[in-house]
Design a protein around this ligand. Sequence first.
Ligand code: NAD
Length: 350
Amino acid sequence: MKTVVALPGQGIGIEVVDATCELLVGTGLPLKITTPPQGDPLPEETKRAAREADGVLFGAAGPATTSVVSWLRWEMQAWAGVRPIRFFPGMHSPLADPQGIDYVLLRENSEGLYPGREGALSDLIDVMPNLSDRTGRSIKDFGEEGRFAVKVVTPKGAERIARFACDLARKRQAKGKPGKVTCVTKSNVLRQTDGLFQQTAERIVREAGLQFEHFHVDDTARRLVRFPKSMDVVLCMNLYGDILSDLGAETAGGLGLAPSGNFGDGGWAYFESVHGSAPDIAGQGIANPTATILSAALMLEHMGMSAEAQRLESAVGRVYRDGKTLTPDQGGAAKTRDMAQAVLAAYRNA
Ligand code: NAD
């Protein structure tokens, strides 16, 4: 029996996690699913249960539940965000020819600008009065009023995510993919931070004998729309990965479709949809459960249930091919629970 801790977060997180857990129970797999209390701060008993569980499935954070995702991602240091972008026939992609979109966007989760180290400009001027930008303009020229944010890149952080990218690319290569890592930075302007990330990634990927390419983040945004099928593993710095994964999800058919697995040291991992709590549709029972169901498939794989994970993914594929039980974002009229139950029926009939 494997233990799973389900933490719904809020908004549609609750709806998609409920529907996914009902599906998982319906599969008859040997899973014991518990939903310990959330709260701010996250209760110690919940943290203990999540640390000890074989799998952790999270829904989506909103303003009242950021403590849950903060603990799962930052405090537990889940530094590698694996975000598969895959088109299943029947998904409502805005692209003319989405068939074959299948890549993994790998987001560095722990460094960069995203974690939010901010402060008053006056404090920065006090400690670094001579800090200047590439044009020679001094920080003092901005005056004392205002705020700043700090971007951090370390060789250790860049190296470990680049090695993770290589492992992913090798696993995909074994299944016929090209074995390529596309590194995404803005090293043309952020030469020290993004430059370090790019140089480190290039060294690690080339040492691994895999193909390496690099594009600036603005160019990458365009390429993910125009040439998504040329992508294999797309290695992104934190904030770029956050933004580009929404863009990638949309090319496949929408934000409700994109799953993720977040991995740290010592086997720590948790699984969640890429989307947030979607207050605009919360409470209506119409959220697409696909992202959470596919996140659950990634969780099954992590727990050593690869065949079941594949069977669940195939069941999702069948529901899209069939096209009869899709939520409104995919052009259907089904409720969240109905769509998850259709996936369960397809799983059982496999
Ligand atoms: P969002 O991802 O919640 O929603 C963006 C848009 O996508 C909305 O129109 C929403 O209706 C739609 N959408 C998202 N998931 C969907 C689904 N499963 N089915 C159908 N449509 C779906 O982003 P937002 O509105 O910018 O943020 C809302 C809240 O979520 C904020 O508090 C934000 O901080 C939080 N957030 C949390 C996470 C997370 O937990 N990992 C990620 C992103 C945003």
